[in-house]
Design a protein around this ligand. Structure first.
Ligand SMILES: *[C@@H]1O[C@H](CO)[C@@H](O)[C@H](O)[C@H]1NC(C)=O
Length: 223
């Protein structure tokens, strides 16, 4: 091989190595994987941050740095609604619709957090301060139950006095969120988002974040 050929081969190899390394970076298990298809419909104007993890709204908690274990003991995240109006008050709801699993959500909804009387000026900055009707409970999906969705909603409170029925306050599971929303005439949320995670001991390998073919058939397809 002539000198020029060697140089060209070396350059090609170097280029190839760079391409391969670049690919590896993109597919690294620590990248925050985005949600897909109908799961993105909840991603509407609300931001959720855990300080060590960063922004997680509309993403899957990555299986690295023990994030899926750590999230089970972290304090409440920062929830920010940039579209919040000064002077208005809001309600924040966090639920898991996939209790105990997305395939068989017999205890839908699991109420993780419920805060009322949040000032618009605070919510805009991500400061959740108000009446805590249900204290924050960290996501802790059971082993072998697949990926769970953790959904966040913000409703306009408009001076209403919001409370849980004693029956609702007694337990977090099987919360009839629709009935709660109807009781206080809370219509559509002002903003929402969700993230997904699964039990940290479960296989990190390419299991579909949706937890398999468990979507009800009657669900309308994404437009
Ligand atoms: C019941 O109410 C108390 C007081 O507001 C609250 O701290 C607690 O988290 C509630 N329990 C549930 C399960 O929501």
């Amino acid at each position: 091989m002539g000198w020029t050929m060697r140089l060209v081969t070396a350059a090609l190899l170097l280029g190839l190595m760079m391409v391969v390394t670049g690919d590896e970076d993109e597919n690294s298990p620590c990248a925050h994987e985005a949600l897909l298809d109908e799961d993105t419909l909840f991603c509407q104007g609300l931001e959720v941050f855990y300080p060590e993890l960063g922004s997680i709204g509309c993403k899957v908690v990555p299986d690295c740095n023990n994030y899926r274990q750590k999230i089970t003991s972290w304090m409440e995240p920062i929830v920010k609604f940039p579209g919040a109006v000064d002077g208005a008050t809001y309600i924040l709801v966090m639920v898991d619709p996939d209790a105990p699993s997305r395939a068989e959500p017999r205890q839908r909804f699991w109420r993780h957090w419920l805060v009322t009387d949040i000032e618009g000026a605070d919510l805009k900055k991500g400061k959740i301060q108000g009446q805590e009707l249900s204290a924050y409970q960290a996501p802790s999906p059971p082993a072998h139950s697949g990926f769970h969705r953790y959904q966040f909603f913000v409703f306009l409170q408009e001076g209403k006095v919001i409370s849980l029925l004693p029956k609702e306050n007694k337990t977090r599971g099987s919360w009839k969120m629709d009935r709660f929303l109807n009781r206080f005439h809370l219509g559509e949320p002002e903003a929402s988002t969700q993230f997904m995670t699964q039990n940290y001991q479960d296989s990190p390998t390419l299991q579909a974040p949706r937890g398999g073919a468990s979507e009800p058939k009657h669900k309308t397809r994404r437009r």
